[in-house]
Ligand binder design. Sequence first.
Ligand SMILES: C[S@@+](CC[C@H](N)C(=O)[O-])C[C@H]1O[C@@H](n2cnc3c(N)ncnc32)[C@H](O)[C@@H]1O
Length: 392
Amino acid sequence: MNDLAPLLTPEGRALLDAVRGTAPADELAVATRLRREHPAELVSAALGQARLRQRAAAKFGAGDAERMFFTPNGVEQSTRASVAAHRAERMKALGVASVADLCCGIGGDAIALARAGIRVLAVDRDPLTAAVARANAEALGLAALIEVREADVTEVDTGGYDAVFVDPARRGGRGRIFDPEAYSPPLSWAVGAALRAPHGALKVAPGIPHEIVPAGAEAEWISDGGDVKEAVLWFGTEPGAVRATLLPGPRTLLGAGLPDPRVRPVGRYLYEPDGAVIRAHLVAEVARDLDGGLVDETIAYVTADTLRPTPYATAYEITDRLPFNVKKLKALLRERGVGILTVKKRGSAVEPEELRRKVKPQGPNAATVFLTRVAGAPTMLVGHPALVGHPA
Ligand SMILES: C[S@@+](CC[C@H](N)C(=O)[O-])C[C@H]1O[C@@H](n2cnc3c(N)ncnc32)[C@H](O)[C@@H]1O
């Protein structure tokens, strides 16, 4: 698809309604039938859009995705609604009433900002992407708050906006880009743009090295349902602050600048910190709250003697500790009748599937095995999730 206009005509919209929810297996039959009365190109465009809408439902929810328009890259690169809504709420809490959304894509962030009542200038240089963003603002009844402009962001005057938000393209012809200076536009340009506004937020890859976070920025790592989604560099908030935000919630853990946690013997409980906590380097803050320590100085598992509820880590009760030895593990699991084995690992090169194949779990019981290092030694810790209620 390189032109959205035909799909926005009454005929295009009728076709979109007709192909809604078409299963892949039925596409050929549906296309053959519709081509009798409609141009073949329009039928394929509608079916392609239906496919993209189905893919986008995971990010935007079926209700919105069904009304929105997408490009393949646009679905891939857009911010999921939960994360965009969190960011928009933070903007609103900062008193931001207008945002220049530079690199708006198909409008994932612009939509969330507008829904928070914020006026948005949404800019993308790709003509089709900008047209899709405009169609989405209209489809969701947000056109009064979102002005879409097809332009290069480096040529846009953002003076007069309360905040600048930049979500640079992080994919090149050969996949993901890790060097922030290879982003489009480069991170250094985005930092400059953010600093010129009262507030700024830049979406970056969660693997961004801490050393390159600018001194005046706050860095926030965000996970949703336990999966790390992104990092955001904030300007005009709390310079130097580091936080891990867990969605849904949100639950936010603020860094206290603690030194690395001490290493201690494995206790009755093992805590697996959320990925956002690990990326934000806030394992020490979690260990402090649990009165725990690390199993190894290089491994982000916290161990403690007591069970404490925390939203920032998942607790397991450890029943056995073995040196890394597949035969011993197999014997132990057989003895315990473990047929459902969850394999987790940190600091081990072993493939979980391969281990599961080798130990052939059999029986009615479930267990979790952690392949890790304990004080430098390859170790297997066996246990199960500890039942603990999260604080409300
Ligand atoms: C990661 S996507 C933005 C996704 C968006 N935040 C969303 O949630 O849908 C990046 C976008 O930046 C655009 N882009 C990259 N460099 C640009 C530039 N110099 N000027 C304008 N747009 C640019 C690309 O066309 C792409 O659509």
